[in-house]
Design a protein around this ligand. Sequence first.
Ligand SMILES: [Zn+2]
Ligand SMILES: [Zn+2]
Length: 434
Amino acid sequence: MFQVEVWGGAGEHGRSCYYVQFEQRAVLLDCGVKKGHEEMYPLLDAAKARKLSCVFLSHAHEDHSMAIPLLYRDGYTGVVWTTRSTAQQLDNYFASWQRYVQDAGYELPYTKEHMEQVRYRFVEDMAAPGQWFTVESGLEACWGPSGHLAGSIWLLIKHEDKTLFYSGDYSPDSKLLVADLPSPEYVHDLQFAIMDAAYADDETGQEQLIKEFVATCGRALERGGHVWLPVPRFGRGHELIDILAEAYPHTQIVCDERLEQGFQALFGEELWLKAESVAPYKEMWSSRVQVLSQEQIRQKSIRSDKTIILTADPMLQSRDAANLLEAFQSNPENAIILTGHVYPGTCAARLLAEEKPGVQVTRHRYKIHQGLSEVARMLDQLKPKTTLLVHSPKEKTDRLQAKLVAQGYKNILSCTPGDRIVMDDDPCLFTNLR
Ligand SMILES: [Zn+2]
Ligand SMILES: [Zn+2]
């Protein structure tokens, strides 16, 4: 018998946190936060947290990582298994999470000491991707790249004859990042999978989304406007630059220094990159992308030569973003294109909601998670006995669950935080524990 408790992340976007108990041993998968909501932190159980064998962290995004110090506040003294690349990105996420909490008028529920107590160990020091390593006697793990972000991984956890797969945040659609899955002999008897289904029952493919995104940029440029893409420092921004450089070979592309740092970090560790993409991408970056200070970018935005601008502040929360927005609003033909999840209460959310924001504001998705077809493909490859769909609001997850069941998939679960799944011969779901 083993069981999985949802401490956060299923039936919602944010605070991913899954407690997995095998007989006498338990591990925690991720421990993130949920921006823009009252319930920002996972439903931690301090007594259980103290007894964890270890914690695994799939990647650096705040919805998977920023509640980890709470475990140490609650008395956990063990390690956090992750990748070196993820650990290197965390300082930035901690700094911006602290800023966000302060600006929103909340208090951080952990201290600097708790943050310093976190001890990271790196999976790549233990085994190559796709190979088992021993975490402690009786507990084994295996990892591989998940294509979502540099350093992001999927995990297999094994205790005796029980194996569990966690996809982390997963994308098979990245132009730059490698994504793979465990080899079939490792998962021939997979009991349980926790699967990224952030796009729920949406079936639109990446190529179609890219076509629509490129067309929106093209229309703004033809009207004589600039295009501004606020993106994260690490992640999709670097792929979008490449797409636009190819689509608009004669248009200037500028980015801020933080995106340049993101580029340096990404190409500093080629383990995560598709080998064939590295040389052409570096060539594109050096020949097409101009790195400017925030003030130089603002100056450019009030001149008439059409420019594609990328800045590393996806929710437009900083002073620099406010300054650039003011300049941008001087020409109603300018376009802001939002390409990721928009958190409630942020400047990006306010702009989207405004009837007359003074500029064109549109949303386009660039896939860095899974929807219906990717989840179905993963189910076909891994054939888990039971699957928990995560990372999307409950109603959307229910719709995805219904469609998968209609396609013949068995034991597909849609849960909410506080639910517990007990795996005996058949899975048993207990809801609303807390
Ligand atoms: Zn993520
Ligand atoms: Zn996530």
